[in-house]
Design a protein around this ligand. Structure first.
Ligand code: BGC
Length: 725
């Protein structure tokens, strides 16, 4: 059941008090939990403690049955509960485990609707609970630094503020179901190339302003119970056991009181893991399959010897076990409180998947209002492209979901059209290894497009399946894409189809941008669909035929060419000799494009509607503690109901350090009937105006003038006002 969540959020904030970074008098309930943990720790043997801090199967850690502590059970992943792995690695293909496949992270963020973050988390949490999981390994929130990252689809955005807002609801939605969320991958796992060896070098300011805020929001605002360390190194040390990132920043500064879980196989050294913050070592040695001896893990038997020989103090182990037990209490794994039962594949879950997909789809271009297509005028429709008939949920790596069902775009279109409309499908290209341009398929597709009243071409990336990974042309874990061009001869297909039918609608599926320079100027209507989940095909069709007015906005800049995007423009991807320097610093995504005046193909925050919105009356007034209250009126001036995401950007007019031309510091999605207007009131806290001063090692507000801009995208600023702080 999708329940109203407003009330529950209030309850959660009370229960959470004292759990993460909370000052003041601890709650009575929390105190008693800590006391219970004290007493459990005194009763536990060293061996029992150590069994809890490492895996004992592919997705569980050891139990202490004598004291009523069960195994701790985890599951991927960010957009659906993964197939059942049992104790080994080869998952079950039994349909009883086929789950709700939600839109991927990038799609969720494209809704720019934090309430849907909660809905998403709630579905995931309920399904995880039903399947007996204690921890769900999501959300993934790494910054989209390069369009090539194979895992961009799992993440959310190039912008830390947008991530910070979307991640909170997700976490609360999951955790309200007695399941711990696990925010990942901490930190700077922004490429899959060399992910196990590469060291990321970035300035402190870049860390604080770009790569850390999402995680900080997950901890402080979301109250996340667990966090996963990344595979890569940061400033020469592995992220999973990192003195600065974990001990200092995460646990001391942010006050994280939950458990740090390693990525699978990401622990490299026992002493470092013990001292530098890893609480649980997970992993599976595929070569040994189910026979792996988990006691030989870095955080296995060696730890017992090290404590017994006096090399390390048992208090280090106690702290790790305490953190795990704390999460177990919070999620009612132990403690005798009744646990939520969860639910699986309910009609409400499927409706949520559809709703999120509908709000996620981004209308990039709509020349001459070609869209929406008028169903009643159509007798035959050509649907073209392998992605139109391809199911995506099972791909992508660890985030794969065996979906209960998946409506492909072709099925969605057939479902939404009237029965007497003829649909002709032509594949157009083949998704195979080392695919060549298939001229026969292109001819067939052009023929279909030529003879149709309407032509819809669904192209893009695909979620890689294991046997396709080596092609590197996919959205998938462990590999990046070789370039930004569409694979499998799709550019040739698009050009051939547009030539015979210039009114063809181009729908792109994928985790991020594609190079469109070979055909963009010829296409009148372009839609970015992301990977919209099990109801994605329905959502795409409903947008195309106008049952839904699109309201998604890009969460990343679509560059014209790969070389235009910052990491590539400065040649800092994927690094050399296992080091990658983030020398673009804070100039990531639109911060770079807008400051350096590089023309994107489609800007950050862009997304069209079938109606039009007018922005009026931007007013700024000063609030408490250097905050600014911004008021804007948004009016629907068209003839259809629709939603607009009003975005507030801030610019420091004069600064002692280089600052971006604009930075997103507020947004709100408003639903408006034709003619209706709403006043949006947003408070920009002092944080919206500060930068991280590396000399002082603190956030600084430099007095002076600031511009506040209200816009429909980072490049479509409608109103600007200045204020002096
Ligand atoms: C991925 C994680 C995932 C884990 C467990 C790793 O390869 O990086 O995101 O949660 O596997 O499947």
């Amino acid at each position: 059941m999708i329940r109203k969540h407003v009330f529950k959020w209030v309850i959660v904030s009370v229960v959470m008090a004292g759990f993460v970074g909370c000052t003041g008098t601890p709650e009575k309930k929390t105190l008693s939990v800590e006391q219970k943990i004290d007493s459990l720790l005194t009763e536990m043997t060293l061996e029992e403690k150590v069994t809890m801090i490492h895996a004992n199967a592919s997705f569980t850690t050891g139990a202490v049955p004598r004291l009523g502590i069960p195994e701790w059970t985890m599951s991927d992943g960010p957009h659906g509960v993964r197939k059942e792995h049992g104790r080994g690695w080869v998952g079950s293909e039994s349909p009883e485990y086929f789950a709700t496949y939600l839109p991927v992270g990038v799609s969720l963020a494209s809704t720019w609707n934090p309430e849907l973050g909660y809905t998403f988390g709630q579905v995931l949490g309920e399904e995880a609970r039903y399947r007996g999981k204690d921890v769900i390994l999501g959300p993934g929130i790494n910054i989209l630094r390069t369009p090539l990252n194979g895992r961009n689809f799992e993440y959310m955005s190039e912008d830390p503020y947008l991530i910070s807002k979307m991640v909170v609801g997700y976490i609360k939605g999951v955790q309200d179901q007695n399941v711990a969320a696990c925010v990942k991958h901490y930190l700077a796992n922004n490429q899959e190339t060399d992910r196990n060896t590469v060291s990321v070098e970035m300035s402190e300011r870049t860390l604080r302003e770009i790569y850390l805020p999402g995680f900080a929001a997950a901890v402080k605002d979301g109250g996340v119970y667990t966090l996963m360390g990344a595979y890569n190194k940061f400033r020469g040390q592995y992220c999973t056991h990192h003195e600065y990132l974990i001990n200092k920043v995460l646990k001391d500064e942010l006050g994280f009181e939950g458990a740090v879980i390693s990525d699978w196989g990401a622990v490299h050294n026992t002493l470092e893991a013990l001292k530098f913050g890893t609480d649980v070592e997970m992993g599976t040695d595929l070569s040994q399959g189910d026979k792996k001896d988990y006691t030989k893990f870095f955080m296995g038997d060696t730890v017992i010897s090290l404590v017994k020989s006096g090399t390390i103090s048992e208090s280090l182990i106690n702290d790790k076990v305490r953190r795990i037990l704390r999460v177990m209490y919070k999620t009612n794994v132990i403690g005798g409180e009744k646990r939520m039962e969860g639910s699986f594949n309910t009609p409400e879950h499927q409706a949520a998947a559809l709703k999120i997909a509908e709000e996620a789809i981004v209308l990039l271009k709509n020349e001459g209002n070609l869209l929406p297509l008028n169903k009643s005028m159509l007798k035959n429709v050509a649907v073209i492209g392998a992605n139109a008939s391809r199911k995506q949920g099972g791909g992508g790596g660890s985030s794969q979901v065996n979906a209960k069902y998946e409506i492909t775009p072709l099925q969605g279109i057939e479902k939404v059209l009237f029965e007497n409309v003829e649909v002709t499908y032509a594949e157009g290209y083949e998704v195979t290894r080392n695919a060549k341009i298939n001229t026969d398929k292109i001819k067939e597709a052009a023929e279909a497009a030529k003879n149709a009243d309407a032509s819809i071409l669904v192209c893009g990336w695909v979620h890689g399946y294991t046997d396709l990974w080596n092609d590197n042309a996919y959205d998938a874990e462990s590999v990046d894409k070789p370039n930004m061009f569409l694979p499998f001869g799709q550019d040739e297909l698009i050009n051939a189809v547009l030539k015979v039918n210039p009114n063809t609608i181009i729908v792109i599926m994928g985790g991020g941008p594609v190079d469109m320079t070979r055909w963009e100027s010829k296409a009148k209507a372009i839609v970015f669909a992301g990977y919209p989940g099990m109801e994605g095909g329905t959502a795409i069709a409903r947008v195309i035929f106008g049952d839904v007015n699109p309201s998604g906005k890009l969460t990343m800049t679509f560059p014209k060419r790969l070389e235009d995007s910052p990491a590539h423009a400065i040649g800092e991807y994927p690094g050399k000799d296992n080091v990658v320097y983030y020398n673009e610093g804070i100039m990531v995504g639109y911060r770079y494009f807008d400051t350096k005046k590089v023309e994107p193909q489609f800007p950050f925050g862009h997304g069209l509607s079938y109606t039009t919105f007018l922005y009026e009356n931007l007013q700024l007034t000063k609030g408490d503690n250097q905050s600014v209250i911004a008021t804007v009126t948004v009016r629907n001036t068209g003839s259809r109901p629709g939603a607009e995401v009003m975005q507030l950007y801030v610019k420091d007019v004069e600064s002692s350090v280089e600052r971006p031309d604009k930075e997103l510091k507020g947004f709100q999605k408003v639903f408006l009937q034709p003619g209706e207007s709403k006043d949006i009131i947003l408070t920009l806290s002092v944080d919206a105006f500060r930068f991280f001063d590396e000399k002082k090692m603190e956030w600084v507000l430099e007095p002076g003038k600031f511009q506040v801009m209200a816009g429909s995208s980072s490049r479509d600023i409608r109103l600007t006002k200045e204020i002096e702080l």
